[in-house]
Design a binder for this molecule. Structure first.
Ligand SMILES: C[S@@+](CC[C@H](N)C(=O)[O-])C[C@H]1O[C@@H](n2cnc3c(N)ncnc32)[C@H](O)[C@@H]1O
Length: 278
């Protein structure tokens, strides 16, 4: 038997219902190994339930997690960034100048996009981040002479009174327990005209929470939302979905749960109804 034939046979045996519980335990141990990095595990009803399966730790509030962002993402754009740059450029051309970047790391999107886009002179780019990452970002903003780039860790205050024209959020709200954009919009005194939501785990099934190994021994719960319900909740707040794209650089594979796994994340652009094309 070839090596692949042997592997397939072993997988079929491991799939036997009687062996499934021990396979799940083995997969969970693999997931919890600090070296395994960026893998997902489990289907839970809430963040509290998901956390009860994780070791205690800092979650995202860990400076070491910024390393790849500083070394790579500050200067590089990826395929999934192009729709964002297209809509951001149009928003700037129409007068937008205040950006709220939720989970924008050390300012990666500001630094990477400014190499490609003309940004307004009066630009204010506010990043909401966990304290450790925000502190690194403030240092980089000083070092690179970027006074437009500012950091806070108070998400609710930033959305409530920030008066931003654009919200940008890439691969981040899913990690915050109560940061569904519909809830954040309900807190807002002045609604943003543009919502740029990238790298979201959306799929056709019901909402659930999973867990992610972030690397460096850190773990986080993560929401996985139903696509239709997620979009409808934002449309009900007065927004029109102008664009939607697949992000094949991110996929969700949950061991033993093919019905909760999917091959790509999603990007969305919403405009406030009065500003919507047509
Ligand atoms: C997967 S990273 C994405 C970073 C960046 N937006 C990108 O696309 O490369 C998720 C980001 O969300 C941030 N984050 C997680 N929980 C947060 C919270 N409660 N408040 C603010 N930011 C948070 C993390 O620190 C991290 O920078």
């Amino acid at each position: 038997m070839s090596m692949y034939g042997a592997l397939r046979a072993a997988r079929r045996i491991a799939d036997w219902p009687l062996l499934r519980p021990s396979r799940t335990r083995w997969e969970e141990r693999q997931f919890l190994d600090p070296q395994s990095g960026a893998a997902y595990f489990g289907v839970y009803a809430s963040f509290a339930q998901a956390r009860s399966h994780l070791p205690r730790g800092p979650g995202f509030n860990l400076g070491a997690l910024a390393l790849e962002h500083v070394q790579v993402r500050m200067t590089r754009v990826f395929e999934y960034d192009y729709p964002i740059m297209r809509w951001l450029e149009r928003a700037f051309a129409r007068g937008a100048a205040r950006v709220l970047d939720i989970g924008g790391s050390v300012g990666v999107h500001y630094f990477a996009y400014r190499r490609y886009l003309d940004m307004p002179e009066s630009l204010a780019w506010h990043v909401v981040e966990v304290p450790e990452i925000a502190a690194i970002g403030r240092g980089l903003a000083r070092q690179h002479g970027a006074p437009a780039l500012m950091f806070t860790s108070d998400l609710e205050a930033a959305v409530r009174t920030g008066g931003h024209d654009v919200w940008n959020c890439a691969g981040a709200i899913q990690y915050v327990e109560d940061a569904h954009p519909a809830r954040l919009l309900d807190l807002c005194e002045t609604l943003p005209e543009h919502l740029l939501l990238n790298k979201l785990p959306l799929y056709g099934g019901e909402h659930f929470v999973t867990t992610q190994n972030l690397g460096e021994g850190a773990f986080s719960p993560m929401h996985v939302y139903n696509t239709g319900a997620f979009i409808r909740a934002i449309e009900e707040r007065g927004y029109v979905l102008e664009d939607k794209w697949d992000v094949y650089e991110r996929a969700l594979h949950i061991p033993g749960r093919p019905e909760r796994s999917f091959p790509c994340f999603t990007g969305l652009y919403f405009a406030r109804r009065s500003d919507a094309a047509g």
